[in-house]
Design a protein around this ligand. Structure first.
Ligand code: G6P
Length: 610
């Protein structure tokens, strides 16, 4: 979480820092700030709330420096107030920080005993005083930073300005940090996205690296303070276009992009001649070389992993474990060499998933990263990378990245089913054919947005609690539907396997509780329908999503049930096509309630702290 931008230049930097922060808002939006060096003195502007507030402060009270740092915060230690906003300055230096200093309490106690006075509740302020302490004892900025880095525990990326020194220092351990190389100016940033308008020449700092930036030079050091070089990579900046293109919200735009990005992601993993799944070049072990696939992810990506488990077991007859990254790493799972670990992440930066990847790698696993950002930390750490082609996803609630993950996972399952000989090429061709129709079918679904808007207004926006139920792959989709709804509209929502309802959740049912039932006409349809009738019989209101064949079987129509008739699906296409109504129901419920669709409270798109 949190985003960092730094610039050393021969020109004013403030507005470019603020603009860079706007591109990093997906990392957090609790507060923001900027500091620049003017005639050797650090001046700081900060504000609580979104970046627009900082823009107003900077407009009213401009900063004119040519060297500066900026920060967008997702609060960990200390409330999201102006006083806790970064940069945190003390008259000698100023710091922006992404990550968590785990030994901050101990440092605070030691430094307070030495006479340092703390003014914020942040863990970051302990770095400010620690470096200051070394400066007070005669260290240069470079020496002070290096000594402080050796005393810090935790995961962090920082940028530091020093009074009286025309330079910018940066350091990373655990959290990503990149250097941008410009013309007579240098940049520091959390990722390529933030720096895209300024340069396409990037240097990714490695674990433990730190750097001294001047307007026309840089020097990188490793954790032992030995000078080191890292390669410059060219990243095409047109991959990082951010615009709403006439849509009211990024989320709505990204929902509508799904037909095209799904089509692109699918064609990337199909052989152009045979039209069979092709993951060649990935170089991952043949399926008979490993026993089990462990899939690890967080949030919506975790639900993609849960869907994939059904496909990999059902189609390829493989053993599959699915873990939440935050549990996997500390659970001490039994990892057998030759097993494969698949890490799914839109951003490729989620701290828990990245840590889980490193843990698995250290335990001899072949690690595959399925990510949407080619330059991400996971892509660089993994043994093999599969890219989704969703483009930049800005809305905090994942939509197009999720369905792109699903289509790639469906295709991967088919590829592995060929390897295990669980499916014949002819059978796989039938599945691929069904997948190729998904973009068109999604396009048709997206012509019915008004239906979802009306249901959201009449049935959902006034509810206090909402349940989602489904069976098979539609169970993780029920979880995903509930997650989308709660994160956007702040209505309590939960997903359950339909068969589990009677073991507890059914006690919640009353006339005020809508139940969204995901029931494609598959081999489980009759059972799911029975569960829908069970909750109807207890007074709940039911929104049932099915297809034309399913709809014909529903005879009990009254004012307590709405049937939404979708297109017929297969086991592989159902999660992809049911994702869209779930996204639209969540979107319109939030829209009608007036919550912030693209930046829901307390959340961030990229969660780079544990
Ligand atoms: C955050 C986002 C979710 C996302 C999750 C995992 O919680 O708000 O939308 O699913 O992180 O992110 P990843 O980038 O690893 O897929």
């Amino acid at each position: 979480m949190c985003g960092i931008i730094g610039i050393t230049s021969t020109k004013p930097v403030t507005q470019r820092i603020v603009d860079g922060l706007k591109r990093l808002e997906y990392r957090g939006y609790d507060s923001a700030g900027v500091a620049t060096l003017e005639s050797g003195h650090i001046n700081t502007r900060r504000s609580a709330g979104k970046i627009a507030n900082l823009q107003s402060v900077v407009d009213a009270h401009p900063l004119h420096g040519h060297i500066g740092i900026g920060h967008i915060r997702w609060a960990t230690h200390g409330a999201p107030t102006e006083n806790n906003a970064h940069p945190i300055s003390n008259g000698k230096l100023s710091i922006v920080h992404n990550g968590i200093i785990e030994n901050f309490a101990q440092l605070r106690e030691q430094l307070t005993a030495k006479g340092h006075v703390f003014h914020s509740q942040t863990d970051t302020e302990s770095i400010v005083h620690l470096i200051t302490d070394h400066l007070d004892h005669g260290s240069s900025p470079k020496e002070a930073l290096h000594k402080a880095l050796n005393q810090l525990e935790g995961a962090f990326a920082i940028g530091v300005l020093f009074e009286g020194h025309d330079l910018l220092l940066g350091a990373r351990r655990g959290s990503p940090l990149v250097i941008g190389v410009g013309e007579e100016e240098m940049f520091l940033g959390s990722d390529a996205l933030g720096l895209a308008p300024y340069t396409d020449r990037l240097i990714y700092l490695e674990e433990g690296d730190w750097v001294i930036l001047k307007s026309n030079s840089y020097q990188i050091y490793d954790h032992n303070a030995a000078p080191i070089t890292r390669p410059i990579v060219h990243i095409p900046t047109d991959n990082f276009q951010i615009a709403k293109d006439g849509f009211a919200h990024f989320m709505l735009k990204e929902i509508h992009e799904q037909p095209s990005v799904i089509g692109q992601s699918l064609s990337n993993v199909l052989d152009p001649c045979s039209r069979l799944p092709s993951f060649e070049g990935l170089n991952f072990p043949q399926v008979n070389a490993f026993d089990t696939i462990n899939i690890v992810a967080c949030g919506t990506s975790h639900y993609a992993a849960m869907v994939a488990k059904y496909w990999l077991e059902g189609l390829a007859h493989l053993r599959v474990n699915v873990d939440m990254a935050s549990e996997f790493r500390y659970r001490k799972p039994t990892l057998i060499s030759n097993d494969i670990c698949l890490f799914i992440s839109q951003s490729g930066e989620t701290a828990d998933t990245l840590a889980a990847l490193k843990h698995a790698k250290a335990h001899g696993q072949f690690c595959i990263a399925l990510v949407n950002v080619a330059t991400s930390s996971m892509a660089r750490e993994a043994d093999a990378v599969i890219l989704t082609d969703a483009g930049v996803e800005v809305g905090v609630a994942s939509t197009k990245a999720f369905t792109c993950q699903l289509i790639v996972l469906a295709t991967l399952s088919l590829a592995l089913s060929l390897q295990t000989k669980a499916s014949s090429p002819e059978q796989v061709t039938v599945h691929v054919e069904a997948l190729t129709h998904v973009p068109t079918l999604m396009g048709q679904l997206l012509t019915q947005t008004e239906t979802y808007s009306q249901i959201a207004r009449k049935w959902l926006m006034g509810a206090k609690d909402i349940l989602y139920i489904g069976r098979g792959t539609l169970f993780p989709m029920a979880l995903e539907g509930a997650l989308k709804l709660k994160e956007l509209s702040y209505i309590h929502a939960e997903g359950f396997p339909a068969g589990e309802l009677k073991h507890g959740p059914i006690a919640l049912i009353d006339q005020d509780l809508p139940v969204i039932v995901l029931a494609p006409h598959d081999h489980l349809f009759d059972k799911t329908l029975s569960n829908a009738f069970e909750v109807l019989a207890r007074g709940a209101r039911v929104i049932l999503l099915t297809d034309t064949i399913g709809a014909k079987k529903i005879t009990q129509i009254n004012d307590h049930i709405i049937v939404i008739t979708l297109i017929e699906t297969t086991d592989l296409t159902a999660p992809l096509l049911y994702a869209l109504p779930l996204q639209l129901l969540a979107y319109y419920t939030a829209l009608h309630k007036g919550t912030d669709v693209d930046q829901p409270r307390n959340l961030a798109k990229s969660v780079t702290v544990e």
